[in-house]
Ligand binder design. Structure first.
Ligand SMILES: *Cc1c(COP(=O)(O)O)cnc(C)c1O
Length: 368
């Protein structure tokens, strides 16, 4: 369906729906008859307040966010949330639990202790010395009912792992805090199973610069008074997201993506497409007779970030170079891991995945 000559498999900032880019282009010089651009708009103007309001409402509708949850569009990226979560939610607690399953959850685990008195307990580990190839089942997490929270990453963007069934904790257990940066809006979730969800926009929502935070209201009571206001969730709630200038343009574009998702039939519909895209790509890898390999355990393979390798690094390099020439862009794996990574977020059409599969078969014919 795309009229662009390329498919962009970047892990983030990542592909956006073409129609969204076109709308943004059309509205760039004159937003809705105002005569100026959204980038030039005061964040306190009625026009921007309306953009913000509708973006929030559309996100609420798409994820069926219950009324006792607040939605914030913050700056600082998901990385800032590693610390904000600990600073705000672990205040007054002795312990918080963290699950480490790959690059991002490891970074979160390392950063969280820095600005809290609570001890961050390693509740489960994906097995770093062997690489991260599988996910510890939620039943095996060593968590304590008196912990401040349990933090995990549902989709590991770098290592290509994803919890197929969203972990859920029993009643009476601490609130679950999830970094959903690279999968939010890719499948249906039950927001009520979480205390807090956060996601940097630049994977599956919109441009870099805005971070979605969905927080259960009762947890706000934990936010301490003696931390900088800009890192306090309560500050942002009190000021309706206007404590300081929000990332206005990224919020506007995220809003366009939310509307695009609604026209696609919502999260349930896009989930089915995502399922199909991932299934086809893993089938192509598994069906290559070992020419392409994905090391992730069957029940832990990411539907968003599909990693694969050939027999050696030179051939991987050739694959990436030739794919580039065929318009299949940014397939290079993460620097510490090598190989290839195809990020196939919501905005990657099925045709893009099919083009990649065709290329893989052709490359194998030539070099296999
Ligand atoms: C990209 C990513 C991050 C880091 O996001 P920033 O916006 O760069 O801070 C954190 N967690 C996950 C799962 C990611 O994919």
């Amino acid at each position: 369906m795309s009229v662009r000559p390329i498919y962009n498999f970047s892990a983030g900032p990542a592909v956006l729906p073409e129609s969204v880019l076109r709308t943004a282009q059309q509205e760039m010089l004159d937003y809705n008859g105002t005569g100026f651009s959204v980038v030039e708009m005061s964040h306190r103007s009625d026009m921007f307040m309306s953009i913000l309001y509708h973006a929030k409402q559309d996100l609420r509708q798409l994820l069926a966010i219950p009324n006792n949850y607040k939605v914030l569009f913050l700056q600082g990226g998901a990385t800032t949330q590693f610390n904000m979560v600990a600073m705000n939610l672990a205040h007054g607690f002795k312990r918080a639990d963290a699950v480490v399953t790959g690059n991002w959850s490891r970074l979160a685990y390392e950063q969280m202790p820095l600005l809290t008195d609570a001890r961050i307990h390693l509740a489960a580990h994906g097995g770093e010395q062997f690489g991260y190839y599988n996910l510890p089942a939620v039943e095996s997490w060593d968590i304590d009912k008196d912990s401040a929270f349990v933090h995990f990453v549902s989709n590991e963007t770098v290592h290509g792992l994803q919890y197929q069934t969203m972990p859920k904790l029993a009643d009476g257990m601490p609130p679950l805090v999830c970094d959903m940066s690279s999968e939010i809006l890719s499948r249906e979730i039950n927001v009520a199973d979480f205390g807090l969800i956060y996601a940097g926009a630049q994977k599956n929502i919109g441009p870099a610069g805005v971070t979605v935070v969905i927080i259960r209201e009762d947890l706000l009571a934990r936010c301490p008074k003696n931390i900088p206001a800009v890192f306090n969730y309560q500050t942002h709630i009190d000021k309706d997201g206007m404590y300081n200038t929000p990332a206005t343009y990224p919020i506007y574009m995220s809003g366009l993506v939310f509307r695009w998702l609604q026209t696609q039939g919502g999260v349930k519909k896009i989930e089915a497409v995502n399922q199909l895209k991932a299934q086809k790509l893993y089938q192509a890898i598994d069906g290559s007779g070992g020419f392409y390999q994905n090391p992730i355990a069957d029940g832990a393979r990411s539907k968003m970030n599909v990693i694969f390798k050939t027999a050696n690094a030179d051939l991987d390099k050739k694959f990436i170079q030739e794919a580039e020439l065929c318009g299949l862009r940014l397939l290079k794996g993460y620097k510490s891991i090598g190989g290839m990574r195809a990020s196939i977020y919501n905005a990657m059409p099925l045709e893009g995945v099919e083009a990649l599969i065709d290329f893989m078969a052709d490359f194998q014919r030539r070099y296999g």
